[in-house]
Design a protein around this ligand. Structure first.
Ligand code: NAD
Length: 370
């Protein structure tokens, strides 16, 4: 198969869809890989490394779109790319179509086959291409929170690990899923005192098993939310209601009960946030202060650590990409349900129910088209 990998054009997106070792895997199976010139530079991979791995380097994205049977990317295409789609071309990337009517329409009109990283799902309901980004965001949440607790950034001037003779910093985490667990790992690792809340008893039992007496795992009730807001130096928002907007658990009237200079990192901001006063921010200008509380609301946190994120993302996507290249999308769907669940659009039809429902367009199950 002819595979093309594009340089991302979304602002502050430094990741790339293939790394040189991935190229080797495709090329050794007799596929052709073309990388857009400079596509990997921001993540730390030079054109020369791709060339040595067996890729062709092409400066023009138009030419890559025109020549490739499968385009591999990271983020959804932007409007300036819509005219470059070709009928029956496979687009393998994060798509987030339910949030983008125009992109959905453009891809359907072009008859493109859209496979979304975020909806590839295993039979035990894991999202293997989304999970690594939550792991990264969870770990980064503590790193960023620790930074903004520094006085120069408006924080309380607290060192999360404390020092001998001085108490440790306190971290409160709301939501004990992938983001919350990873935040917990780093927070306990640097010696902070951690309380984590969830509504799911199994999650709490798991956290208790893993972290034991190093953390306090509590039910997420109004009273416990207030308790951690009062006590914590750093609050991490990490809740998710699948397919829905995040519930607002920290209200504006809660801010005065928090310590002045405390920091809120609401990782769930990409789903609307679980803090009423959070708004999406960018890596350029990540924080703002309301009522003395520092708010961090970057919606694409993994972009800050492009090298780690690229490696984590491509390790998750490579096995699926290889299967599609080896067998073609249709046979890959018949062999692997995970990939079938990843297909959102197919030759002008919407084959992903949530997207169809969101836009009130007909839904046709992929199984009927195979
Ligand atoms: N900002 C970013 O860059 C970024 C990156 C990755 C993920 N995210 C977001 O982070 C959020 C969490 O993702 P995840 O992968 O950890 O999801 P997850 O499904 O693994 O975990 C969510 C947890 O929230 C819990 N929960 C639900 N309602 C709750 C409540 N009322 N109180 C406390 N806990 C509650 C669930 O039981 C679950 O354990 C999502 O919104 C995701 O989109 C953001």
């Amino acid at each position: 198969m002819k595979i093309g990998c594009l340089k991302e054009i979304k602002k502050h997106e430094y990741r790339v869809g293939l790394i040189p070792t991935d190229v080797k895997s495709y090329v050794s199976r007799n596929h052709t890989v073309t990388i857009q010139q400079g596509a990997g530079l921001a993540a730390g991979f030079s054109d020369e490394e791709y060339r040595q791995a067996g890729a062709f380097i092409e400066p023009e994205r138009e030419k890559i779109f025109a020549d490739s049977e499968m385009i591999i990317k990271v983020k959804e295409p932007l409007p300036e790319e819509y005219d470059l789609f070709r009928e029956n071309q496979i687009l393998f990337t994060y798509l987030h179509l339910a949030a983008d009517r125009k992109l959905t329409g453009a891809m359907m009109k072009a008859g493109i086959k859209g496979v979304a990283y975020e909806t590839i799902e295993t039979s035990d309901r894991h999202l293997p291409c989304l999970q690594p980004m939550s792991e990264i965001a969870g770990r980064l949440a503590i790193q960023e929170g620790a930074k903004y607790l520094e006085k120069t950034f408006g924080g309380r001037g607290v060192l999360l690990g404390g020092v001998p003779g001085v108490e440790r910093g306190k971290v409160g985490i709301i939501g004990g899923g992938v983001v919350g667990t990873n935040a917990c790992k780093i927070a306990t690792g640097i010696g902070a005192e951690v309380t984590i809340l969830d509504v799911n008893a199994n999650k709490l039992a798991y956290l208790d098993d893993i972290f034991g007496s190093r953390i306090t795992a509590l039910y997420s009730t109004d009273a416990n939310i207030e308790k951690i807001l009062r006590e914590s130096d750093l609050i991490i928002g990490a809740v998710l209601l699948p397919g829905a907007k995040a519930p607002v658990l920290v209200k504006r009237e809660h801010l005065p009960i928090m310590k002045k200079g405390a920091v809120i990192v609401d990782v769930a901001v990409d789903q609307g946030g679980c803090v009423e006063t959070i708004k999406p921010t960018t890596h350029d200008d990540p924080v703002y202060v309301i009522d003395g509380i520092v708010h961090y609301g970057v919606a694409n946190m993994p972009g800050a650590v492009a090298l780690t994120s690229t490696k984590a993302l491509t390790s998750a996507t490579l096995p699926y990409g290889l299967m599609i290249a080896e067998m073609g999308l249709e046979a890959a769907c018949l062999k692997c349900e995970d990939i079938k669940r990843g297909v959102n659009l197919y030759q002008g039809k919407c084959v992903y129910e949530n997207v169809a429902n969101t836009f009130g367009i007909p839904y046709i199950p992929m199984a009927e088209l195979l």
